[in-house]
Design a protein around this ligand. Structure first.
Ligand SMILES: Cc1cc2nc3c(=O)[nH]c(=O)nc-3n(C[C@H](O)[C@H](O)[C@H](O)COP(=O)(O)OP(=O)(O)OC[C@H]3O[C@@H](n4cnc5c(N)ncnc54)[C@H](O)[C@@H]3O)c2cc1C
Length: 392
């Protein structure tokens, strides 16, 4: 038994229970402990931390968004990634190789140009490039049919596994306990307050529960009687054999026309493309049928890919909300219940700042570093959805 003194048969007590030891749960637990919280317990159904979507993502980190809240979250997160190796005392393979957004239509190019001033005003370094400049700087890109491009200079990618492990290790050093291989089965409340969490390993009495359950966050919220509109959607990644025809680091490159994106991964090319027509499901089988379309888009935009063979592929789950923005913070009507979920494909890049903001919400009643009111769960009932245009 790894918990505190047993207040009854099969019952233990932890003031704060974080559900899910993905990168978001680990970051939240670390920030809680760093801010002085004691008795933080993370409950995870798998045997290892970071084995959900955290283990399956592309590691992309960018501030080139269209909404003020996403830009602000990313600016803070990138500052945190920049000093993370020192803070956590471990490598995270962070490469600020950039994000290159390629516009084909005039409307896409207008969009990139109109968003740049707002991004720059928030501190994001963005370069607008003519197709000839793209051809010169990034010769692996087919540019004949492009109208222009935007380069997020300090965007890039890191290793999600290393980041999650780093938060986990530091959180443990700061006194956080992790209970792995333990499924959360129920969340009990009394008088409008969270009271306990029932798990496959006993019941934990608590005052605060944070739902960091990734694609399962809707199911976990439902255990507390909360309707969280965040749905799992399959996303696949394919990685080529080591491929030296495109040397060095390249930006994470996105063809806005098709949604195809790629970056370098250990000397190979990693690529993905969302199948927007696919309905919500927990399916994590690689969609090889859809791959035919992916490779067509890939070869059109990055012709050299035709010479590379596919080495491996995997599928994981996005957790997507109706406006593709996360839900963050307290849930009105159930005191002590907080959500940090529904990241819609951006949960890794935002995990440092989300952990910090969630810890602030637990300890101070609301986030302090940023105004997170646009991300409140109440926006869905109130029809205050936020529209993000730079989606992958
Ligand atoms: C193919 C792909 C590419 C992606 N690319 C990017 C990218 O480039 N950049 C980016 O920022 N994001 C990307 N994402 C999204 C990113 O992976 C997620 O947003 C992020 O990992 C969310 O982290 P999390 O900790 O919330 O979820 P998870 O890592 O899924 O962690 C949730 C944890 O909760 C546990 N859990 C669930 N239910 C229970 C329960 N009842 N009891 C106990 N434990 C439970 C799970 O086992 C899991 O370990 C990508 C996702 C995919 C699938």
């Amino acid at each position: 038994m790894r918990r505190e003194a047993d207040p009854g048969v099969g019952r233990t007590r932890s003031p704060v229970v974080v559900i899910g030891a993905g990168v978001v749960g680990c970051s939240t637990a670390y920030h809680l402990a760093r801010m002085g919280a004691t008795g933080v317990l993370v409950v995870e159904k798998e045997k290892f931390v970071g084995s959900g979507s955290t283990a399956l993502n592309a590691g992309g980190i960018r501030a080139t968004f269209s909404t003020d809240i996403n830009i602000a979250l990313s600016v803070e997160a990138i500052r945190m990634f920049e000093r993370m190796e020192e803070e956590l005392g471990c490598p995270i393979e962070y490469h600020q190789a950039g994000y290159l957004w390629l516009a084909r239509s005039a409307a896409q190019w207008d969009g990139l140009r109109s968003r740049a001033p707002r991004q720059r005003a928030a501190g994001v370094e963005v370069e607008l490039l003519q197709p000839s400049e793209v051809a010169e700087r990034f010769p692996f890109v087919r540019t004949e049919d492009l109208s222009g491009a935007a380069l997020g200079v300090r965007d890039g990618y890191a290793d999600p596994h290393m980041v999650a492990q780093g938060y986990w290790r530091r959180a443990r050093e700061l006194g956080v306990r992790f209970e792995l291989d333990t499924l959360v089965l129920g969340i009990e409340s009394e008088g409008g307050r969270v009271k306990s969490v029932r798990t496959s390993n006993g019941t934990i009495e608590c005052e605060v529960v944070v739902d960091c359950a990734g694609p399962f966050a809707r199911q976990v919220a439902a255990l507390a009687g909360i309707d969280l509109p965040a749905h799992p959607v399959r996303r696949c990644l394919w990685v080529t054999h080591p491929f030296d025809r495109i040397p060095g680091l390249i930006p994470l490159t996105i063809d806005m026309d098709t949604g195809f994106y790629c970056r370098k991964e250990s000397g190979a090319i990693m690529m993905g493309l969302a199948n927007e027509a696919e309905p919500s499901s927990f399916n994590t089988q690689v969609d090889w049928e859809f791959f035919e379309h992916v490779i067509e888009c890939a070869v059109h935009r990055v012709p050299l890919v035709a010479e590379a063979g596919i080495h491996k592929a995997w599928a994981g789950l996005y957790s997507v909300t109706p406006d593709r923005h996360m839900v963050l913070g307290r849930v009105p009507g159930l005191e002590g219940f907080l959500v940090a979920a529904g990241f819609s494909g951006h949960g890794f890049m935002h995990s440092p700042i989300v952990g910090k903001l969630t810890a602030e919400a637990v300890l101070h009643g609301a986030p302090r570093t940023l105004d997170c009111s646009p991300l409140a769960i109440t926006r869905f009932q109130q029809g205050e959805l936020i529209h993000e245009e730079n989606v992958i």
